[in-house]
Design a protein around this ligand. Structure first.
Ligand code: G4F
Length: 327
């Protein structure tokens, strides 16, 4: 029998790579899409004739239940969330509702299915932001110390996942993901903002790049590798939590330098530090230890930092001079 998977947030970066991976593995793939008046499906247009789409929203329990009823999934991947840390300071309640309580709505809707046997396996993307100011390298044993409304919402979702696992015996696995990027990353995140700017600078349509905190240090992987880890987590005998990270960290400034160097540009001519781009509180240093995922899942990152930067710069250089639509 064909396995069925439901991907919430399937129009986003991780959701779109997961849909591709699941199709490759022979799944019947369902996507849960939030209705939008401005097109939000660019990342999955190429999959349209191979997947089933249902409309819904994590703030609307009935739409989640209806998606579960129609798709009857064996596996559910919850990639739907408000994931922008900066935005969470401006919209803290919306972030808590979608990213925190939204995950709980999904877990509870799955709990209400007729029997535990019918309840799907669930993947919950937790985040390194939950560690906040805790000292790196961060592992599954590192205490949470959230430093944004987004991180608080994710901590709530993470603890809810663990609770439903223990209280109801549900299979909910959490990937504690460090930053993951690709040419499908949204431009509201710093890596894509940088590589899109480089593309436009090369095309002559942008002259300046305004950034905030250049000294923040992040552990960047490729989104495809994170999708692979998510799938592996749901194939294990028991659900668990896994840090997913490259184990190497770079500052935002180092990302800028690497990307501009690859494009043959002097970053100092274009980058302006803008206080408007600073957050009320920022996490200084995230660097993950993924030893557990390597040992238990056999997972390992396949794309290095420089390969990732190069892929993004090359993609956005072509994009800036072509008619192709974003992303
Ligand atoms: O790219 P960012 O917005 O990602 P951030 O905040 O690290 O969060 C991302 O990774 C998390 C996992 O660790 C996810 F949970 C989360 O959903 C998201 O995917 O910012 C990275 C760093 C920050 O320190 C930020 O202050 O870059 C700094 N930064 C400097 N200038 C900027 C900018 N960030 C953005 N978005 N825009 C700037 O102009």
């Amino acid at each position: 029998m064909k396995k069925r998977a439901l991907v919430l947030g399937c129009t986003g970066q991780l959701g779109s790579y997961l849909m591709e991976l699941l199709l490759e593995k022979g799944y019947e793939v369902w996507g849960f899409v939030r209705r939008s008046s401005v097109g939000n499906v660019a990342r999955i247009l190429h999959l349209y004739d191979r997947v089933h789409l249902v409309n819904g929203d994590l703030t609307d329990t009935s739409s989640i239940e209806s998606a579960l009823r129609v798709s009857k999934p064996h596996e559910v991947y919850n990639c739907a969330a408000q994931t922008q840390v900066g935005t969470s300071f401006i919209e803290p309640l919306h972030t808590a509702d979608v990213t925190g309580v939204g995950a709980l709505r999904l877990f509870d809707a799955c709990r209400m299915m007729r029997s535990l046997a019918e309840s799907p396996r669930i993947y919950q993307p937790s985040t390194s932001e939950m560690f906040g100011a805790s000292t790196p390298p961060q592992s599954e044993a590192t205490p949470f110390n959230p430093s944004s409304p987004y991180a608080c919402a994710k901590v709530f979702a993470h603890h809810s996942a663990r609770l439903y696992r223990r209280a109801y015996g549900m299979y909910i696995a959490c990937g504690i993901n460090f930053n993951f990027e690709s040419p499908r990353r949204g431009e509201e995140f710093v890596t894509r903002k940088i590589t899109m700017a480089i593309g436009r600078i090369r095309a002559g349509t942008q002259t300046e790049l305004r950034l905030g905190n250049l000294s923040a240090r992040r552990d960047w992987s490729h989104a495809k590798d994170v999708a692979q880890a998510a799938w592996l987590m749901l194939q294990q005998p028991e659900p668990d939590d896994y840090v997913i990270a490259s184990g190497v960290s770079y500052t935002v400034k180092e990302f800028v330098e690497a990307a501009f160097n690859l494009a043959g540009l002097d970053w100092q001519k274009y980058v302006v530090v803008d206080p408007q781009q600073m957050r009320p509180l920022d996490v200084a240093h995230l660097e993950g230890c993924a030893n557990k995922a390597k040992a238990v899942l056999g997972w390992t990152p396949t794309v290095t930092f420089l390969e990732l930067v190069k892929e993004m710069v090359e993609h956005d250089t072509i994009l800036a001079t072509s008619d192709a639509s974003y992303p």
